[in-house]
Design a protein around this ligand. Structure first.
Ligand SMILES: NC(=O)c1ccc[n+]([C@@H]2O[C@H](COP(=O)([O-])OP(=O)(O)OC[C@H]3O[C@@H](n4cnc5c(N)ncnc54)[C@H](OP(=O)(O)O)[C@@H]3O)[C@@H](O)[C@H]2O)c1
Length: 238
């Protein structure tokens, strides 16, 4: 499927992987909607580089704000062909030290908001010609990281959510997930360097490499659904 003129919303599209996805979509001729939470200046810069894409602010912790976000996107474009659930949080804690607020901080965005974004998108897509959803999960959904138990659980939840929603909304909507490995944007520390040296590809990945996998699912026929593609240089095979 050509992405030319398709309307695709990218959550957390201002920076890093989300920005790479937005730029790659725009390069394919898609009409990109860029969501951001707090990074307004970066979102506007990415939008400019996407040929003047509209930006939409929403705190994804709030289901009311998620619903208002999709209303605004649908009002702006009159349709929605694709959704990339990229926004997420990442924290590190000894599991014995995690408090309720620390757990909710991660799960409210990484899992709960992904579900309600999928639901809001599906209501628009099912009333029209259907669509494509891609959820960004993580290598942490596939491999247990002791000091990220809360994060790993949220991303494993995204993988199962992807499968369950793929079943719920077939054949009109495909729902797939891309699981990035190590995709650094800042200076790497010793821990990240250890991950990189364990990667069979012998290097870290790039935002654009994640974007290519996302584009693959968005372009695929809806017969491809409920699937996971790891973009991790083979690290999940260890
Ligand atoms: N980078 C990696 O190595 C790696 C590895 C595995 C998986 N991933 C996954 O890939 C995706 C992108 O990762 P990343 O490292 O590029 O991005 P990131 O910096 O972790 O987060 C992406 C964006 O999520 C948005 N966000 C977080 N909480 C939000 C909230 N409450 N409301 C609205 N927006 C919120 C932020 O937008 P604003 O800045 O606008 O607030 C942020 O820029 C994530 O799903 C991540 O879990 C990344």
């Amino acid at each position: 499927m050509s992405l030319n003129q398709k309307v695709i919303l990218v959550t957390g599209g201002a920076k890093r992987i989300g920005r790479s996805i937005a730029l790659a979509l725009a390069a394919e001729g898609a009409r990109v909607a860029i969501h951001y939470g707090e990074s307004e200046a970066e979102a506007r810069q990415t939008a400019k580089e996407c040929g003047g894409a509209p930006v939409f602010q929403a705190d994804l912790e709030s289901v009311a704000e998620i619903r208002a976000l999709f209303d605004r996107v649908a009002q702006h474009f009159g349709t929605l062909d694709g959704l990339v659930n990229n926004a997420a949080r990442f924290t590190r804690f000894d599991p014995l030290a995690i408090e309720e607020g620390d757990w909710d901080f991660i799960h409210s965005v990484n899992l709960k908001s992904v579900f309600f974004c999928c639901q809001a998108a599906a209501k628009i897509m099912l009333a029209a010609d259907g669509g494509h959803i891609v959820n960004i999960s993580s290598l942490g959904a596939l491999k247990p990281w002791a000091h990220h138990a809360h994060y790993c659980a949220s991303k494993a939840g995204v993988v199962m959510l992807t499968k369950a929603l793929a079943k719920a909304w077939a054949p009109q909507i495909s729902v797939n997930t891309v699981a990035p490995g190590v995709i650094p944007f800042d200076k790497t520390d010793e821990r990240i360097e250890r991950f990189i040296s364990a990667t069979p590809a012998g290097r870290a990945g790039t935002g654009n490499e994640v974007a290519l996998a996302v584009l693959g699912f968005l372009r695929a026929s809806r017969f491809t659904t409920g699937q996971l593609m790891a973009v991790d240089g083979g690290l999940s095979l260890r």
